[in-house]
Design a protein around this ligand. Structure first.
Ligand SMILES: NC(=O)c1ccc[n+]([C@@H]2O[C@H](COP(=O)([O-])OP(=O)(O)OC[C@H]3O[C@@H](n4cnc5c(N)ncnc54)[C@H](OP(=O)(O)O)[C@@H]3O)[C@@H](O)[C@H]2O)c1
Length: 230
């Protein structure tokens, strides 16, 4: 089934953590990386996060630069990409920034067995797509996003959602900014959380496309080897 091109972007500490063990957001990169991420977002048709990230960081997922918004308008696009939250149990708070800030369509991806009343309330402010039981069916979701015209999907975290996407071979590009701090903590989120992979054949293989010094760290751009990812 056709699906969008999936670009995962994250920032991690020098010891591979996305945030603290209490899941408190940490400034890992700097201005240059912030602008790069804003450009990546402006070039995407949709930007997606998991509910863990919405509850921890309350991101708006909007494009910040007025110039990038103007460039999108000039191309006949909405100011911001479609904002997508993977939220099995329909827990996205009505007052969250992703629902409140900035114009444009939102999608909440819930499970088929999510509470009907919560889904109905969310459907007043977002398109609700229901699939999977216990976990959102990510293949079905991506296929539905493709049907909506989304060809380039940026994923901004967190670790469990990214782990789920890698597990199903649904990642095409992987940007990792590595910053100059050590966060530590064995339960702090990492780039591909969830159960992880044990068999060699299930490891996603990557090709290093570029390495760039940026802010006080380094940006790696990886491409997923299609013939080896499951
Ligand atoms: N440094 C960075 O670049 C960066 C970026 C983003 C986030 N973060 C950090 O990452 C942390 C949040 O990450 P997280 O791992 O807790 O949460 P997450 O990946 O944002 O969301 C995970 C949740 O999504 C839902 N989900 C539904 N279907 C799923 C599926 N098929 N696969 C995976 N998840 C599915 C599950 O919750 P339900 O079952 O309740 O739906 C799951 O717990 C925060 O600390 C945040 O600060 C860091």
């Amino acid at each position: 089934m056709p699906r969008p091109h999936v670009v995962v972007n994250l920032a991690m500490s020098a010891d591979g953590k996305l945030s603290t063990r209490e899941r408190r957001q940490v400034k890992i990169s700097g201005k240059e990386d912030f602008s790069r991420v804003d450009r990546l977002k402006a070039e995407s048709d949709a930007v997606m996060v998991g509910i863990g990230t919405v509850l921890a960081d309350d991101p708006s997922l909007t494009v910040k630069s007025p110039e990038l918004i103007a460039a999108r308008r000039a191309r006949g696009l909405a100011d911001h990409p479609v904002r997508v939250v993977v939220d099995c149990r329909a827990r996205t708070p009505p007052g969250s920034s992703v629902l409140r800030k900035g114009p444009g369509p939102r999608v909440i991806a819930c499970c088929s067995d999510a509470d009907d009343e919560r889904c109905r309330a969310l459907s007043e402010v977002a398109t609700v797509i229901r699939s999977g039981e216990g976990q959102v069916d990510l293949e079905a979701l991506l296929s539905a996003l493709y049907q909506m015209g989304i060809r380039r999907l940026m994923v901004e975290g967190g670790g469990r959602l990214i782990g789920g996407l890698f597990a199903r071979g649904l990642v095409d590009e992987f940007f990792t900014f590595i910053g100059n701090i050590v966060i530590g903590g064995e339960t702090a989120p990492t780039p591909a959380d969830g159960p992880g992979f044990t068999r060699e054949e299930s490891f996603t293989r990557l090709t290093l496309f570029s390495v760039e010094r940026m802010d006080h760290g380094v940006l790696l751009r990886w491409l997923v080897d299609r013939n080896t990812a499951e």
